[in-house]
Design a protein around this ligand. Structure first.
Ligand SMILES: Nc1ncnc2c1ncn2[C@@H]1O[C@H](COP(=O)(O)OP(=O)(O)OP(=O)(O)O)[C@@H](O)[C@H]1O
Length: 830
């Protein structure tokens, strides 16, 4: 019973070592790899076994003998199964090979020899003595297998042996001497780190088969112990053409670092059933299965497709492989307690079934679920064999570690049974393990179970959602901005409109005020011309016959002006006109001649009672009026200047304003208005000049009359005659305002009785009147030449105004003469 065939893994340890270093890639994809606690050497220089690596990794083989071995072992797939035996040190500290004893363990030759009954030499792929530590064991039984798993093969490592012989010690190890599981985890992440061309996703599950029931160790609270899984949903084994046999429902945890994975397994260990047995104070009473599922996919930068560029993922196939690490419960010959016996019976039964299956496999080289007689292999006889069906039937790389003890206290038969089991396994199990196919799309293995693909799809979907959300957000922001702009624009327009309306109103008011002032001014000027040429509303014009009408017209004008004028100008103008009236009253008082009971009579008497006083009063009134008008013109000029400034500032505002057109238009109307006002001012000035001249003429007339004062008026002249003379004289010096109807002839007051005149004085007076008439005639001629007056076809004249009828007066060589019946009046509008 010898085995000269080497193990399937490269026992020489010449394979690539998995290491981590500064150059190792840190995955930014789905798996984040932390630095391992320590870097292990994969040296296995002291291995005595002559292993052959089969799989597809021919490069891993070294030397001619190895090639030969590969040829010899790889062809039938036996190289994919490694069987090793580990001898635990006995409690006495004996270190294996003992001369003269029943057992001899030769690690270098991978042989265990028994000298007793049924003795013989047992050869395996690896035989580890008491001196071999966990690291060495891992290197020879699992290291290469783990690597192959990372490359896409399924791999199974399990420990088989009698209770207390070191199965758990070998699989889990201790803090100072980590076993297969932690070392495999370290290597898994080292591999990921040194493989930048692929990305990985790891998920882990941990179950136990206790009394032929499956429990999920990751769903249990730590320390729950026996019965804790009672509340759990029953876990069943199912078979799938792609996945093989699997337990469901089973919790799988995605892990991203060795620490996280170790923590998950430690949690499962806490929940595992243990009890004290005869040979082990803390005996595992269940079969424990750690399954690490490795998903990987090529990770090459793609030149096509924005999505691939961004994610760095190649939407290629996903490879899924499983590493199963199994710590079997220990077989037990006899147990003292009933509970231990029940456990033992289940344990023994499952192990027996395992042995039976393996025995039958030796007769069924194809690994089919039937033996040579066509009978089905009894995988279903136990949960253990059912779960291991895939591995035992050749779909997986297999590494079996059988633990024994050569202690004299131990039952030699049990040890020999273990050795026989190991030998059968080595001879029976044939693995045709192939690299897992890369699953594409979302169907089958590449579908729901392949998280990598699922996550990729989810990432894509989320990214699309994010993009569409970002787009809609930006569109929304744009819309909001647009609405805000529109609202602002509307507010600006509204504001500008309000401002414009305000300005329009202001200008309208200013315009109205100006117009009123101009009208008033016109009226005042016409009124002041009562001493000269008058222009009426177009129907009547005559020489003023009585100063009373001039006063009345002034009074009327004042009343109109004060009533219609804007508030600011009212006081000044009123003051000036009042002063005019006041002066006139003073002149009346100076006359000292009061006749009749009525005020009108008083006025008339005052005027006519003293011709000097009348002229002086007129002079004073006109001068006061002149001063008033000058002042008013100055005020008007100031206002216009102010209006111009305001207009220019508004125009500048208008140019910067959105409603530029409106402001410019407004400015245009203002400038037109200003031009009109300028023209009116010029005209007013011209009229004032006329008035000055008239004053000069009046003064001259007054002087002439003063000369004539020395002459006595004849007593025989009737007062009526005298009155007519004075009327004629006064006609030449006064003008009535056109708006005021001239009084009827009969209404003229009688001259004062105190007046006396002689023929010589009358002549002189006639001369002086002639002189005055001449001066006025000259003035009229000047105005005609200047275009202010138009001479009628019958010798009449009228003011060259479009709206008003000019005062018409007859002129002849002898002077101005009134037309009492109005026959000489010519309507300017004709
Ligand atoms: N190679 C070894 N070197 C040192 N101590 C060991 C070795 N193998 C086993 N032991 C010790 O022997 C005891 C029993 O080992 P372990 O629990 O691993 O046995 P087991 O086969 O798992 O038993 P069971 O089947 O009852 O669970 C432990 O205290 C362990 O530390």
């Amino acid at each position: 019973m010898s085995s000269s065939t080497p193990s399937f893994l490269n026992g020489s340890g010449e394979g690539k070592s998995i290491f981590s270093g500064p150059g190792a890639r840190t995955s930014d994809g789905l798996v984040s790899v932390a630095s391992p606690p320590h870097s292990r050497s994969s040296s296995a220089q002291e291995s005595y076994s002559t292993s052959a690596t089969t799989y597809d990794d021919l490069a891993d083989m070294g030397g001619t003998s190895a090639a030969e071995k590969r040829t010899s072992r790889g062809a039938d797939g036996k190289g994919n199964v490694i069987v090793s035996v580990r001898v635990r040190p006995d409690s006495a500290g004996n270190q294996g090979k003992t001369e003269g004893g029943e057992w001899m363990v030769e690690g270098r030759k991978s042989v265990v020899s028994y000298r007793g009954r049924e003795g013989g030499d047992y050869y395996y792929d690896n035989v580890f003595t008491q001196n071999d530590n966990n690291s060495r064991v891992y290197d020879h039984i699992a290291k290469r297998l783990v690597r192959r798993v990372m490359e896409g093969y399924h791999g199974t490592v399990f420990a088989y042996g009698m209770t207390g012989t070191g199965k758990t010690f070998s699989m889990q190890g201790t803090q100072s001497s980590p076993g297969v599981i932690p070392l495999a985890i370290t290597d898994i992440f080292s591999y990921i780190r040194e493989t930048p061309s692929r990305e990985f996703l790891l998920r882990v599950s941990y179950l136990e088969i206790y009394n032929e029931k499956i429990h999920d160790l990751l769903s249990m609270s730590p320390g729950n112990g026996v019965g804790a899984g009672a509340a759990q949903e029953e876990i069943k084994l199912r078979e799938d053409s792609k996945r093989g046999v699997y337990a469901t429902p089973l919790k799988e945890e995605i892990v991203q670092s060795p620490t996280q994975l170790l923590r998950v397994i430690a949690r499962g260990d806490q929940a595992r059933r243990t009890a004290s047995t005869q040979f082990n104070a803390r005996s595992s009473r269940s079969h424990a299965v750690v399954q690490i599922v490795v998903e990987s996919r090529e990770r090459t930068p793609s030149n096509s497709g924005g999505e691939s560029k961004r994610s760095g993922l190649m939407p290629g196939g996903v490879r899924v492989s499983t590493l199963s690490l199994i710590d079997l419960a220990g077989s037990e010959k006899a147990a003292e307690s009933k509970e231990r016996r029940a456990e033992g019976s289940h344990i023994n039964k499952s192990l027996l079934t395992l042995g039976t299956v393996i025995s039958k496999l030796s007769e069924n080289k194809e690994g089919k679920p039937s033996d040579k007689d066509g009978k089905h292999l009894p995988y279903r006889d136990s949960k253990l064999t059912r779960l291991l069906q895939g591995a035992l039937s050749g779909n997986s790389l297999v590494s079996i570690l059988c633990t024994i003890t050569t202690s004299s206290a131990a039952n030699a038969t049990e040890t020999i049974n273990t050795l026989k089991f190991a030998s059968r396994a080595k001879n029976s199990i044939v693995s045709h393990a192939k690299r897992a196919e890369e699953a594409l799309g979302v169907g089958g293995e590449g579908g729901a179970r392949v998280l990598l693909e699922r996550y990729r799809m989810e990432i894509l979907e989320l990214r699309n959602q994010l993009e569409s959300q970002a787009k809609s957000n930006s569109a929304k922001a744009e819309d909001e901005e647009k609405i805000r702009d529109e609202e602002e624009e509307r507010a600006r327009e509204k504001e500008a409109e309000a401002r414009h309306e305000e300005q329009m109103l202001e200008m309208q008011l200013a315009r109205t005020a100006l117009k009123e002032r101009i009208d008033h001014l016109n009226r005042l000027i016409l009124s002041s011309k009562s001493t000269g040429v008058n222009s009426s509303n177009g129907t009547y014009s005559a020489l003023g016959m009585h100063p009373r009408f001039s006063q009345a017209s002034i009074r009327t004008s004042i009343a109109t002006s004060v009533a219609s004028r804007p508030f600011l100008e009212r006081s000044g103008s009123l003051g000036s006109t009042s002063s005019t009236i006041g002066r006139r009253s003073a002149a009346q008082r100076q006359s000292g001649t009061v006749e009749g009971g009525s005020n009108e009579d008083d006025d008339s008497l005052g005027e006519f009672g003293d011709g000097t006083a009348s002229l002086q009063a007129q002079n004073q009134a006109l001068q006061a009026d002149l001063v008033d008008k000058n002042r008013y013109i100055a005020t008007l000029e100031k206002r216009l200047l102010h209006a111009r400034r305001a207009s220019s500032s508004r125009a500048s505002m208008g140019f910067s304003s959105p409603n530029k057109g409106i402001m410019v238009g407004e400015d245009h109307s203002v400038s037109t208005l200003l031009k009109e006002k300028d023209a009116e001012i010029a005209e007013l000035r011209a009229r004032l000049d006329d008035k000055d001249r008239m004053l000069a003429a009046l003064r001259s007339a007054a002087r002439s009359r003063d000369v004539a004062e020395g002459l006595e008026m004849p007593r025989n002249e009737s007062p009526n005659e005298m009155r007519n003379e004075i009327r004629n004289e006064t006609r030449a010096s006064l003008l009535y305002e056109g708006a005021v109807s001239p009084p009827p002839q009969g209404a003229l007051p009688d001259p004062p009785v105190s007046l006396s005149r002689g023929s010589s004085s009358f002549r002189r007076r006639t001369r002086s009147v002639d002189e005055m008439s001449r001066i006025l005639d000259e003035m009229i001629q000047d105005r005609v030449e200047a275009g202010h007056l138009v001479r009628g076809n019958r010798g009449s004249v009228r003011v060259a105004s479009d709206n008003k009828v000019s005062a018409v007066m007859k002129s002849n060589n002898t002077g101005l003469e009134s037309a009492p019946d109005g026959a000489s009046i010519e309507n300017g509008s004709k």
